[in-house]
Design a protein around this ligand. Structure first.
Ligand code: NAP
Ligand code: ZN
Length: 361
């Protein structure tokens, strides 16, 4: 239990009071507060959070870009820490283990997808339980990683290999969100892969696709981050503001992963795929997208989507990163800098992920 956590018994059962940073209302700045979470259940562990990444999805949700949210909202789904307590029925973890939690903390565990380890596509009622901005099985709101600790079912925590630093927290969302489509669509030797947008997700995608053996091109708005992109493992780096990029690269990629958080002219990007190529949307902008079906038809090309990854694949990704020396390039901040960090993400001023030092919460 951290210093700032207290446990008390209320008429509705035992709860914990946890220090956190929350947005009290939609679009409001985040401020220091406390939230009430469940006490440690039979199969729960308490994670003493050490680091928490700031994903663009946090900004979308605080801003209600995707629909109404639950407030106060404690964002954060790139969580890394150390097991501080274990419930009586816990078998997987011991106090002191290095663990992480990503975008979900529960799922129905019974549907075909959950049984197949694809918990992110849970078909049970309400789907997976998101780490925050959702309601847990106990009926309480879920609160995310901008907090001193997290109480979570032991089955939904991942092992962070010793070879990875704990500030690799962004792997829990940005890492798996790129690993999963790259693995699913077969990025590897002989494949040409484009990563659109060199932000938090994109910089993981470049490293992962390179380690998988693909020939990697970054498609960025400008050449501003070119040197970084090449250092991360890109073979080529092209500016999408230059019309020549779309002419010269037409019909060249097997796979394009679009990480952009804003509207793009998808029709133009689909023209960059070769026959049978696939463009995967992982970026989720606020508004519906539109495209002309012509370039899809001419070339038998596909437009697909992908969300994070299931528990087994997330563990596989962490192990892959440990083996290949891959981690997030981060800017570590104190909790009181969260609002400034949000502004800088929106301005594209981050290389490449802000991570909160949770000891400052
Ligand atoms: P980020 O760090 O802000 O990166 C997004 C990148 O997109 C920017 O670095 C920028 O790259 C590019 N970009 C931004 N605005 C643009 C514009 N107006 N036109 C063209 N390019 C633009 O965000 P992130 O954390 O990587 O998240 C990216 C998106 O993925 C968000 O929508 C987020 O919600 C979503 N997401 C999806 C999943 C999933 O499971 N599918 C998981 C996590 C996040 P350049 O400067 O290189 O052009
Ligand atoms: Zn995320």
């Amino acid at each position: 239990m951290t210093n700032e956590t207290t446990q008390s018994t209320t008429p509705t059962g035992t709860t914990r009071t946890v220090a956190a940073y929350a947005a009290p209302r939609p679009k409001a700045p985040l401020a220091k507060t406390t939230v009430t979470t469940r006490a440690v259940g039979e199969h729960d562990i308490v994670i003493d959070i050490k680091y928490s990444g700031i994903c663009h999805s946090d900004i979308h949700q605080v801003g209600e870009d995707w629909g109404s949210g639950t407030f106060p909202m404690v964002p954060g789904h790139e969580i890394a820490g150390v097991v501080a307590e274990v419930g009586p029925g816990v078998t997987r973890w011991q106090v002191g283990d290095r663990v992480g939690v990503g975008c979900f903390v529960d799922s129905c565990r019974e549907c075909d997808n959950c049984r197949a380890g694809l918990q992110q596509y849970c078909q049970g009622e309400g789907g997976m339980v998101f780490t925050y901005n959702d309601t847990g099985r106990d009926g309480r709101p879920t609160y995310g990683g901008y907090a001193a600790e997290l109480v979570v079912d032991e089955a939904y925590a991942l092992r962070i290999p010793d070879a990875l630093p704990l500030d690799a927290a962004p792997l829990l969302c940005a890492g798996i969100t790129l690993y999963s489509p790259l693995a699913h669509w077969g990025a590897g030797p002989g494949k040409k892969v484009a990563i659109v947008g060199l932000g938090g997700l994109g910089h993981m995608g470049v490293q992962l696709a390179h380690a998988m053996g693909a020939e990697v091109t970054v498609l960025s708005q400008s050449l501003r981050k070119r040197e970084d992109g090449l250092r991360l493992g890109a073979d080529h780096y092209r500016a999408t503001s230059d019309p020549a990029t779309f002419e010269e690269l037409a019909g060249s990629f097997d796979l394009i992963v679009n990480t952009v958080s804003a509207d793009l002219d998808l029709t133009a990007y689909i023209g960059l795929l070769r026959t049978d190529g696939t463009m995967v949307q992982v970026g989720v902008p606020e508004k519906p997208v539109s495209l002309h079906p012509f370039p899809l038809a001419i070339g038998r090309r596909s437009l697909a989507g992908s969300a994070i990854g299931g528990l087994p694949e997330t563990q596989e990704m962490l192990d892959f990163c440990a083996e290949h020396g891959i981690t997030a390039r981060i800017e570590l901040i104190r909790a009181e800098q969260i609002n400034e960090a949000y502004r800088r993400v929106l301005d594209g001023d981050v290389r490449f992920r802000f991570v909160i030092d949770a000891s400052t919460i």
